[in-house]
Design a protein around this ligand. Sequence first.
Ligand code: ASP
Length: 433
Amino acid sequence: MKVVKFGGSSVADAEQFSKVKAIINDDDERKVVVVSAAGKSNTEKIKITDLLIKLDDLRLKKADFSEVLNKITDRFLKVKNDLKINFDIESEIKIIEHNLKDCSSDYLISRGEFLTAHLMAAYLGFKFIDAADFMTFVDNEIDMQQTAQKFSKLYLSNERVVIPGFYGIKDRKIQLMQRGGSDISGAILANILDADLYENWTDVSGILMADPRIVSKCKRIDSLTYGELQELSYMGFNVFQEEAVQPVRIKNIPTKILNTNHPHSGGTLVVDTIKRNSKQLITGIAGKKNYTIITVKKYQLNKHLEILQSVLSIFQKHNLIVDAVPSGTDSFRFMLPQNELKGILNVVISELKSNCNLDSVFVNDNIALIAAVSTELSSRPAIAGRIIQFLDKSLINIRLVIQEGSDMKIVFGVSNSDYEKTISNIYNNAVGQ
Ligand code: ASP
């Protein structure tokens, strides 16, 4: 059986709903359907989740929210009326309206998925199962065992059901996942049900090797490994949530990224291992701009772990999440998104300088990190050298090179202004031949 997840753009309006129905009707094995909240489409310019966030903000400020509430209501009513869906969405919206005085933000924001799933279930003639009845958080993570146990009481094998993504339950209260979290909900269901395939339907025909806004005519990645996908998602690809990889990876459930608007145009298959014969050096390139690199130096730093500890405690005190790499016996580099340091960079630097007994502290701002990802890198470490050579030829000033412990990616740090040039250069030399 297949678990299929439809993203926001796939369920944005009546036309998209009908495409989903055609896809479902095409294959009896598509039994468990997970949906996001109605998103953007040709006719709809704003995601329901964003409208709900706005609604939440207005009601907390005690401002007038009637216009936003009407917009949300109209969108669901339009889908219902256009498709003549026999479901009393009006009553469901009334309940939400009634709860507006004292409900939590997570409850309110999750209603996009809740209402979309109800409409979709009625439209397809499938049973609705609420994620709040089984998707269980313990601390901030889904407890797979409890979730599976509760789900088995709600789901009869072979049943066809629709389930809202993006939220679960924690201590009897609705808890949201991160943005784009329906990918995670779908992956968890695929895991629990030992699905033969997890289909993730989006508005792109698979994952491209690089950002098509930078590389025109960018090739598609036909297949890649879970590890490669995780690295690419972490480094900025936003087709599939990074945290959705693990649930399918541990059960080795093949996962496909497909396009609701072009269901037969192929997509990207994600699997455990791939035998590649091509001469292509890398699988994909992803990157993020606006990083700050803080380099700390101390003679024989590798022998003074107490110093490193005091450096880390300063980052911890400011709640900063850092990627750290040793860069020789005397120095360590820390990479942080620039916006996390906004307003506190000077404080952090002066604390590092005065509290840690370091020889020096350097800051490099406006750095872009670009990752070239491939499982081949472990068996062909010289690939890093080749990429450096052709970047050097193009006069790109590489500030930093990290070959990750996973052996699956090389990260280059360049100035923000060299970001696009570096990506197209790596693509043209390492992929595009
Ligand atoms: N609707 C949520 C969002 O816009 C979750 C999702 O799409 O998976 O992020």
